[in-house]
Design a protein around this ligand. Structure first.
Ligand SMILES: *Cc1c(COP(=O)(O)O)cnc(C)c1O
Length: 468
């Protein structure tokens, strides 16, 4: 399988190269040159497979011959072995035709584990074969850091440093980063804001001698392998509900558009999906796009679903590329226009095309809490704020009562205990594997917002001993 950039100017790469590169050299995002196809018989043959077996079938054509089949099967099996539920991504029935897919049984209780667990192991495998190492450096406002650290702990070819704003992430999120005992994991509390953390990371990447010396790498959400690993659970859910003989719809709480784009990819591969319902909080750039055909920037408002407090959805470029008929030049132009003018209109034809499969739905925090309270009162089921948005969006916008809708539950309610308690009167408890999180010893460095100090710290603590 070969990969092309959404902006058409970067070298065509193979899977392992795309995995390590992340962003394309022309600033674009990598996508497979063609979508692997699964016909009805092949989809039917997925029935009854375990999550890991199904994942290996879906991922194999994307990887091609760059990771051999036995190694891939082992990476996949290991990635999902320690999930807290045997079904990995279980479905819970909520209404006659509404299911919740629980994507929060991974080690950090959010759906990002599905991609990160695979990414960390795939990195390690590819680097090990090449005899190379990397230093992953990232900034987190709370969610990505724990998932990345948990995925990279004890990986032989990786050191990982995550910066977070001192005193400004929740206790659970902080402890998920600071209680990991592995020698290759470094949690750094920066005396500053999340923006300061991001600026420090950018500055380290822009310091070319430092970047080369330490072989810096990122694990951010535009990496193709993250989207790819997320395609699997769309197949898994659809097959459980009767695919390919019956269509399914999905409601997805959306921020960077990575999760719902993985669903779009599943559809492009032959899975019969009727509708994608894109849920958002008041930061509603995407619902406004599907309502109007125009993407217009606005400020970010903090909400009780913070993982969706996003102004520009980085993975949306992949969707634009498809909408523009996979024309890299037009996509590059559109992205520039959006960045410069803060607005982009795709025109009536393409808007109608987008609306054939996508519909948006937004709600504010009051409505989100009402949904959490009401679902808990009527069924005893506790939703986190992100998942509640998916459930409410599914109920509001599903267009065909005969088609089952799967709402994606992207975080465990115990990740957002205050909002959930406010809404339902119940304090959700952490699952057994994390129950003693608050008793575990913490280990972190507290550093000032200072590039030289940060670089010195990374250099002193990396295990590749600075040799270029
Ligand atoms: C990251 C995240 C989202 C948003 O997913 P995207 O792929 O960015 O659209 C939604 N819910 C939770 C809990 C998340 O962590």
């Amino acid at each position: 399988m070969r990969y092309i950039s959404t902006r058409g100017q970067a070298p065509v790469l193979e899977f392992d190269e795309v995995l390590l590169a992340g962003l394309a050299r022309d600033g674009g995002l990598y996508l497979p040159e063609t979508w692997p196809q699964f016909d009805a018989a092949e989809i039917r043959a997925l029935r009854g497979l375990s999550y890991a077996e199904l994942a290996t079938r879906i991922i194999a054509p994307f990887v091609g011959d760059r990771i051999d089949e036995a190694a891939l099967a082992a990476i996949v099996a290991e990635s999902y072995r320690d999930f807290g539920h045997d079904a990995v991504a279980p479905l819970q029935q909520l209404d006659a035709n509404l299911w919740v897919m629980e994507l929060f049984h991974g080690p950090t209780l959010a759906f990002k584990d599905f991609a990160m667990q695979f990414l960390g192991r795939a990195f390690d495998h590819v680097l090990g074969r090449r005899g190379e190492r990397v230093t992953i450096v990232g900034a987190t406002s709370g969610d990505t850091g724990p998932a990345a650290i948990e995925a990279c702990r004890d990986r032989e070819a990786i050191d990982i440093f995550f910066l977070y704003p001192h005193g400004r992430v929740s206790e659970v999120q902080r402890r998920q980063m600071t209680t990991v005992e592995s020698a290759n994991v470094h949690a750094i509390a920066v005396e500053g804001t999340f923006d300061d953390c991001q600026d420090l990371v950018k500055a380290m990447f822009n310091d070319t001698p430092f970047r080369d010396e330490l072989r810096l790498s990122a694990a951010n959400s535009i990496n193709w392998a993250r989207v790819m690993a997320q395609i699997v659970y769309y197949f898994h859910a659809a097959v459980s509900l009767g695919a390919p003989d019956r269509p399914v719809s999905f409601a997805v709480p959306t921020g960077n558009f990575g999760n719902v784009y993985a669903g779009y990819a599943a559809r492009a591969m032959g899975l019969p999906i009727d509708q994608f319902i894109v849920g958002s909080n008041v930061n509603d750039i995407l619902p406004r796009f599907f309502d109007s055909g125009s993407l217009t920037m606005a400020g970010v408002t903090p909400t009780i679903s913070p993982s969706m407090d996003i102004q520009v959805s980085s993975n949306f470029e992949r969707f634009l590329f498809e909408l523009y008929g996979r024309d890299g030049a037009i996509t590059a132009q559109a992205v520039t226009e959006f960045r410069d003018a803060g607005a982009l209109s795709v025109g009536d034809n393409l808007w109608q095309k987008a609306r054939e499969t996508f519909v948006g739905h937004r709600m504010d925090d009051t409505k989100t809490k009402a949904v959490i309270g009401e679902v808990h009162a009527s069924s005893g089921y506790l939703l986190d704020p992100h998942s509640a948005i998916a459930v409410a969006a599914a109920r509001a916008k599903a267009n065909d009562a005969s088609v089952p809708v799967v709402a994606l539950a992207t975080a465990h309610p115990a990740k957002f205990p205050d909002a959930v308690h406010d809404a339902s009167g119940v304090t959700p408890s952490l699952p057994p594997a994390l129950a003693d999180l608050c008793e575990r010893p913490e280990r972190m460095a507290v550093l000032p917002n200072d590039l030289a100090r940060m670089e010195a710290y990374v250099r002193d603590h990396v295990s590749l001993s600075g040799a270029a």
